[in-house]
Design a protein around this ligand. Structure first.
Ligand code: IPE
Ligand code: IPE
Ligand code: MG
Length: 246
């Protein structure tokens, strides 16, 4: 018999609305097991499945996953190709699950740099799940935080050029609404697995007041239990936003 609350350490009435994850540690996981790095990425894709399912079950609103950075294009071609293939497989194998679970898929980043077949799958699945009302699964693909801000700048400047916007009218909201994440609230919680203490060009503008959690666990070993543990820890924090304690 299960207890009436499967998600014991957490308070379901005080969930972070938006959780972002830097999914790091696939390579080190593989190395530890004397396997090829690609094996680590494959195992990592299984973790993605589990965490997306868990996030949907608990009732998280938005899950943003850093799957591939702009800087990651500099990895060896064999690794980049394998990652693109895994991405393709992920969209094909998960399509039914995503649809069935009412997940709305969105993508942030330079989608145009992805292989054509991956772009097609992304387009189809985002269009197909557009009206879904469950978890928003926001995948960062060929994403960089600085590029996000740069491309927002360009969009804003173009509007100024066309007299659709006045320079004086620009405020923080203008910038937020021209980022890839337009329409999404900022992450309440940013998790990085694999233990590195850096943000690696992820969501720079958007994480101004996110709570940070670095887990030493390598992404392929990460699981629902650890995820719930971190959410429980998040719920114990006091977010002051520059003010003083209540
Ligand atoms: C994260 O794992 C996956 C991607 C960046 C695509 P890594 O491949 O960076 O794994 P480590 O950091 O080398 O262990
Ligand atoms: C960050 O991990 C990017 C993703 C998880 C997609 P990296 O492994 O690329 O970051 P660095 O190189 O350690 O900063
Ligand atoms: Mg890494």
């Amino acid at each position: 018999m299960k207890s009436d609350n499967d998600f014991e350490p957490i308070d379901l009435s005080k969930l972070p609305l938006h959780v972002a994850i830097i999914m790091d540690g696939n390579g080190r996981w593989a190395k530890k097991k004397l396997k090829n790095r690609i094996e680590g990425h494959k195992k990592g894709a299984d973790t993605v499945r589990d965490i997306v399912t868990a996030a949907g079950e608990i009732g998280i609103g938005i899950l943003t996953l850093y799957a591939f950075s702009i800087e990651n294009w500099q990895r060896p071609k064999t690794e980049v190709n394998a990652l693109m293939k895994l991405l393709e497989n992920f969209f094909i194998s998960e399509k039914d699950n995503i649809v069935k679970n009412n997940v709305k898929l969105q993508v942030i980043g330079q989608v145009w740099r992805l292989p054509k077949n991956v772009q097609t799958l992304v387009k189809e699945l985002t269009a197909h799940t557009k009206e879904n009302t469950g978890l928003i699964l926001n995948l960062a693909l060929s994403y960089g935080g600085r590029e996000d801000i740069l491309s927002a700048f360009k969009k804003i400047i173009k509007k100024i050029d066309r007299n659709k916007l006045k320079a004086d009218e620009i405020n923080e909201g203008t910038i937020s609404s021209h980022l890839y994440t337009a329409g999404l609230s900022d992450p309440d919680l940013l998790i990085r697995t694999g233990g590195e203490m850096r943000v690696s060009n992820f969501l720079l503008w958007q994480i101004a007041y996110s709570e940070l959690y670095i887990s030493k666990i390598l992404w392929p070993d990460f699981n629902k239990e650890e995820f719930l543990e971190i959410i429980g820890e998040f719920q114990l924090r006091e977010r002051r936003f520059g003010r003083i304690a209540e």
